[in-house]
Design a protein around this ligand. Sequence first.
Ligand code: NAG
Ligand code: NAG
Length: 392
Amino acid sequence: MGGLETGSGVNGLKRQLVESSHHQKKPLFHIWFKFLLLLCLVLFGLGYTLSSSSVSMWQTFPLYEHYYRIFNWTSKVNAPPSYYVHPKHRVKQNEIHENMQPLSILPTVAPSGTQYHQGYPRNYHFIMDNPEVCKTNTPFLVLMVPVAPNNREARDAIRQTWGKDTVVQGEVVLTLFMLGLPGGADAGQQKEKLNQENLEHHDLIQSDFMDTYLNLTIKTMVIMDWLATRCPTAAYAMKIDSDMFLNIDNLVTMLQKPGIPKLNYLTGMLMWNRPVVRTKSSKWYVSEELYPDPTYPTYTLGMGYVFSNDLPEKFVQVSKSIKPFNIEDAYIGMCMKKLGLAPTSPPNPSQFKAYNTKYNRCEYSKVITYILGSSQELIKYWTDLKKPEPPC
Ligand SMILES: *[C@@H]1O[C@H](CO)[C@@H](O)[C@H](O)[C@H]1NC(C)=O
Ligand SMILES: *[C@@H]1O[C@H](CO)[C@@H](O)[C@H](O)[C@H]1NC(C)=O
């Protein structure tokens, strides 16, 4: 057939060309071929390792956090929903405790009328609570920063930057750090250091639960308990992570706007209809037993959310009847739903930003939040932002 003839003719020509070039560059061709074959094998192996759910391998890369924020926050195609749902729910190396165990294996029936006691903060006890800090000066805004006990570097950076001023835009602002119990062999030594640090700054709140990644919901609920019992007169509070940039002036200005509700107000970066992660290997995995619905109620991303200070007591009360799961921000969303409330979009939603690629002074002068890579970055950007020249 004509087609076949043509085909073989073309093939013949190709073969000739291949053969002649092969003949001429035999050694070079061999090296390249071997190299390509090796490259293919390496890529295949890497792809296989990653796809076979070995997330932990990625975590050993120092740039892991940055990259997953870029790839998985933006791409909804390849990633399981979790990766762009919760850029903040990553495990920090220093927060992993040896006996990491899912909350589901803890007892769920509690004494004294509490149905789900492990999420109910009043089952834990304050070791340090600085109750006087709110009494001397009624704050307009309290910034509550959950941080690992050993992460003094992050606390010091915050104390030098957005946590430094006690009066912002004419309002009293208080910054406090929330810690659980340190794990590890040097726990006793750490305890002494923390006491010393608190004597110096009077800004540590510590409770007696194990400070682990899977206990972040407890940490958040203990924050709520502290606000409800030690600082009920404050107008607003914010839960903000320790690796954040916070433009505190813009936040206070936002809260001073006349339309901002004084009650039942929760705002931040809103997450709608986020699917619950059912991939067992994911760190955002939540079992159907713990949380049966396929999606979370509307919630505010955990990096930083702001609320009127009537809500903490309501969260504490309602947490008695909500089974805890380890996704603290979605858990707060659940509390809101159970209270018949919903988060509100901020006046300017683009001020709550998660990932940033590059520091830009003008940009940082307009936003409220950004996730940063390190405490050094925070100090560097803050110092630059505070220079006297106009930022834009
Ligand atoms: C993005 O998500 C995929 C989803 O499986 C994961 O395998 C990958 O490690 C993530 N990317 C990064 C850079 O972490
Ligand atoms: C959470 O804290 C409780 C109370 O300290 C502890 O018993 C439990 O082991 C912790 N859970 C995890 C998963 O770390």
